[in-house]
Design a binder for this molecule. Structure first.
Ligand code: GTP
Ligand code: MG
Length: 444
């Protein structure tokens, strides 16, 4: 998402930052280009106007034109406006009751917007946070909807409430909540049906479900690919049912991003999560500042570090540190690290988070395939070999290459790389300053 808008914004900023002094005309030209970029990305016209006017007002103030580094000042203004547009620092956390009560989350949206997928991603996330979750199948329109939720619920390891034969979604919701209270389940997530278009029947159905379930969160699920129309639909849901927040799905898609940039401002409700893929883990908390950075091509280091940290818990990090201190880090440990990198996400997602990487680094540069190869090689070693890499001579190398479907050269390359990492670790561990930086990165 945002590929073309990011390219254009980076271009505009680069032109301006190259200038030692900028004139009023420079600013006006840049703002005009920004306007075009936003319109091209299918951003709502009123939103574009407001963005452009307030950027212009501020940028033409004395502060920018007279400043030592006008290009940077201008970038800062555009960045701040973008953050504001996306919701500023308003909270995107869910309104959850304590565990001694039952929190109800209602999901709604058009057909195929990603409600069922979002329901199961949310269930998975909240369960991971230590909550007890129940999914409720209140989509009684599409024949396969119940089975779909049951399959996903099983994947996430949470119960799915259904009433076979029941035709009234409000009745299902009501009974589900009663059961959750009885079973001391603290979070209920209700998946509702969608329609191709907005229609009276859908609105009435959702209204009735909302009335009996009295949700703590009423989340509108919007498909980022539907562009402008997502905004109109959200407005309709807000008027008829009332929404507390938005989940923007298919953020990973190749779309221009207009919906993402317009929704918050037009509907006036926070975007709380973004869906970044079809898998259970592909749900990120929405942070206006981080997305603004990504859009302007400035990367998102905070999310990147968080993703890395997710892969480590404190105990593991300490164990790793011990091994490094004692220099007993072996190939099995190396393999564990490779697995963690692989778990951080696909190459294209990582690229978006590295400042300046988009457009400069390709997916091939982040060599996740090479990673797979290395993993296969280590997995073909015996335990003794993993613990004593120096004994891996020519005949062992041949056997390992054969076992992993690679070549002897590949095995040799891996061993060299591993040896280098070990050397690097020795260096880190014998240098206090490096050590501190490293531990900070592990979140210690
Ligand atoms: N790439 C990507 N695909 C998604 C995402 N969220 C949902 N999908 C896909 O979109 C399709 C529709 O998702 P569902 O969750 O079934 O949508 P729904 O709103 O429940 O649809 P109905 O129940 O028919 O109204 C599925 O193929 C999902 O895998 C996302 O964030 N990224
Ligand atoms: Mg569904």
């Amino acid at each position: 998402m945002f590929d073309s808008i990011t390219a254009k914004f980076s271009g505009i900023m680069r032109t301006l930052s190259g200038k030692g002094k900028i004139s009023e005309k420079n600013v006006r030209d840049a703002v005009e280009e920004i306007k075009e970029a936003l319109l091209d990305a299918d951003v709502n016209l009123r939103v574009v106007r407001r963005f452009v006017n307030s950027t212009l007002d501020e940028a033409l103030g004395e502060k920018v034109l007279q400043s030592v580094n006008p290009g940077q000042q201008f970038t800062k203004i555009v960045y701040d406006k973008m953050v504001q547009l996306l919701g500023g620092d308003e909270s995107s956390t869910l309104n959850l009751k304590g565990k001694d009560a039952t929190t109800v989350i209602l999901l709604m949206g058009l057909q195929g917007s990603g409600k069922t997928t979002a329901a199961h991603k949310l269930a998975y996330r909240l369960k991971k946070d230590g909550r007890s979750v129940m999914l409720v199948a209140a989509d009684l329109v599409r024949p396969a909807a119940i089975t779909q939720l049951q399959v996903l619920g099983e994947k996430a390891g949470v119960p799915v409430f259904t009433i076979p034969g029941e035709k009234d979604p409000a009745a299902v919701a009501e009974k589900a909540i009663a059961k959750a209270r009885h079973d001391l389940i603290d979070t209920v997530i209700i998946d509702t049906s969608g329609r191709m278009h907005l229609d009276q029947a859908l609105m009435e159905e959702i209204q009735r479900v909302a009335k009996v379930s009295r949700p703590d969160e009423t989340l509108f699920v919007a498909d980022a690919m539907t562009g402008q129309s997502a905004v109109d639909i959200a407005k309709e849901f807000e008027e008829k049912v009332g929404i507390s927040g938005v989940i923007l799905t298919k953020f990973d898609s190749d779309t221009r991003g207009g919906a993402a940039l317009s929704l918050r401002s037009v509907v006036g409700k926070p975007i709380k999560f973004i869906g970044t893929g079809e898998k259970m883990e592909d749900l990120e908390v929405f942070h206006a500042d981080r997305i603004a950075s990504r859009i302007l091509g400035m990367g998102d280091v905070v999310s990147l570090v968080e993703k890395a940290q997710e892969q480590y818990d404190q105990a593991e990090a300490e164990k790793l540190q011990k091994k490094m201190e004692k220099n007993t880090f072996d190939l099995q440990d190396y393999l564990d690290q490779l697995e963690k990198v692989g778990n951080m996400g696909s190459a294209d997602k990582l690229i978006e988070m590295i400042p300046g990487a988009k457009g400069n680094i390709s997916e091939d540069d982040i060599d996740l395939k090479g990673l797979e190869k290395e993993k296969a090689i280590i997995k073909s070693m015996t335990r003794f070999e993993k613990e004593n890499y120096r004994i891996i001579g020519p005949s062992r190398r041949k056997r390992i290459a054969k076992g992993s479907g690679t070549s002897v050269a590949d095995v040799a390359r891996l061993l060299k790389k591993f040896e280098k990492s070990k050397l690097m670790m020795r260096k880190i561990m014998t240098n206090k300053k490096l050590q501190a930086a490293f531990l900070k990165q592990l979140g210690m």
